[in-house]
Design a protein around this ligand. Structure first.
Ligand code: SF4
Ligand code: SF4
Length: 401
């Protein structure tokens, strides 16, 4: 697709029509496009969403997902070529770029993590450790009185959110809204896990943190997608379809439909629906199918459908979502260690919010303390902590047979 051809489609700038959010799907036909193709695609997405003229002379924070120190080939973190394409596009449009994120767990030095996953190099000299300067801001949700956020997030003129499309054992989807949990600095994430230890509470917290600085643009790295028990050790599949829009909830709704679910199947959207009309929250975004228009790069309706045979996390059960929340809140779904993969590094003990893990010599989980947040599985780079497929289903069977 050339820019000239696209420009002739009559798509107005501004990204969104009066009543519906617009989300664009760039069907590239390959998960490994050449960098110039990716740059052209990202540039087009800026145009279509009305952001091309909005970044000149402004300080633009590019916020990828830098969850853990793992190689980019695992597709746990945002693909370096996608980050590079966004950095180059913002620069070409006259913006001053800063790239940064807070990694998962208690890690405070994102430089190490960014180097391991290739994002430091892809940032082309613009990377900053977001934990260096923090600000404490009041919370609107009842599970924390304040949040400790990175100052740069709040001071940026413009935020371009660049998550990666994955499943998540606690939240089912990690996309645009969940990526903003990375606004929270270092060990403060563990404190929030402790105070909001259920899916519903956590969804409430996410929306609160997201609303502290709603990104101006979301470009989801969906070159690959992780299914199953993400966000670190699920199964990776090629997709080749970056998704973008100015409304993060609308973007996440499109990802949810690609996973074969209705947005209101997820606690994130159930909570967003509950908060609608509350003047303290304002407008978080649009997510119902009738509120979201899905278009291709030429501005034509995009035939959105579920990814065939997409595997959801074993912790998710669509018809029993609220019961699943109860089970998780009671700590009945617990990770187990695979000793054959464990290298005894102790990262899981350091990253466990309630300090429920001891090494003896392999990790031992204290079931009375565990809050089933799955941080240990998420942050174990060896894949040695997992929620075995069938554990949640077995519990459902026992309770509801
Ligand atoms: S389970 Fe993973 S994080 Fe924990 S000690 Fe073993 S290898 Fe390290
Ligand atoms: S053992 Fe794992 S799932 Fe349980 S509270 Fe600790 S980090 Fe969370």
């Amino acid at each position: 697709m050339s820019h000239e051809a696209a420009a002739g489609t009559g798509i107005p700038g501004g990204g969104e029509g009066p009543g519906r959010a617009r989300v664009f799907v760039a069907d590239l036909g390959t998960p490994e496009p050449a960098l110039p193709v990716l740059e052209e695609t990202v540039s087009r997405l800026f145009e279509l969403t009305g952001q091309a003229g909005a970044v000149a002379s402004r300080m633009v924070l590019v916020k990828p997902n830098i969850l853990a120190s793992v190689p980019s080939e695992m597709h746990v973190t945002t693909s370096p070529p996608v980050v590079r394409a966004v950095v180059r596009t913002v620069r070409a449009l006259g913006g001053r770029v800063v790239v940064g994120d807070n990694p998962g767990g208690v890690e405070r030095n994102s430089l190490r993590t960014a180097e391991a996953c290739g994002i430091l190099a892809a940032s082309e000299g613009c990377f900053r450790n977001l934990s260096d300067e923090v600000v404490e801001v009041p919370s609107k949700s009842p599970y924390a009185s304040t949040f400790v956020l990175s100052r740069l997030v709040l001071e940026a003129d413009h935020v371009v959110n660049v998550p990666v499309f994955k499943t998540h054992m606690l939240t089912t989807l990690t996309g645009a809204v969940k990526n903003c949990y990375g606004y929270v600095a270092g060990a403060n994430k563990a404190r929030l896990h402790l105070s909001a230890f259920s899916r519903g509470r956590f969804a409430h917290l996410f929306l609160d943190i997201y609303s502290r600085r709603i990104p101006d643009l979301n470009i989801v790295d969906a070159l690959y997608v992780m299914e199953g028990n993400g966000p670190t050790h699920g199964r990776v599949r090629p997709l080749g379809r970056p998704v973008a829009g100015t409304d993060g909830l609308a973007v996440d709704a499109v990802l949810t439909r690609m996973m074969g679910l209705d947005p209101l199947d997820l606690r994130l959207f159930q909570k967003a629906a509950e908060l609608e009309g509350d003047p303290a929250w304002g407008r978080l975004g649009r997510f119902r199918s009738e509120e979201v228009e899905v278009l291709d790069l030429d501005g034509r309706p995009y035939p959105l459908g579920p990814i065939p045979d997409f595997a959801l996390p074993s912790t998710f059960n669509v018809s029993l979502e609220r019961q699943a929340e109860l089970l998780i809140a009671l700590g009945t779904i617990r990770p187990v260690v695979r000793p054959e993969l464990c290298v005894g590094c102790g990262d899981c003990t350091r990253n466990c919010p309630p300090q429920a893990i001891t090494l003896d010599p392999y990790p031992v989980v204290d079931g009375a303390k565990c809050i089933s947040c799955f941080c240990c599985a998420e942050l174990c780079t060896e894949g040695a902590m997992e929620v075995p497929a069938g554990q949640a289903a077995g519990l459902f069977d026992q309770m509801f047979r």
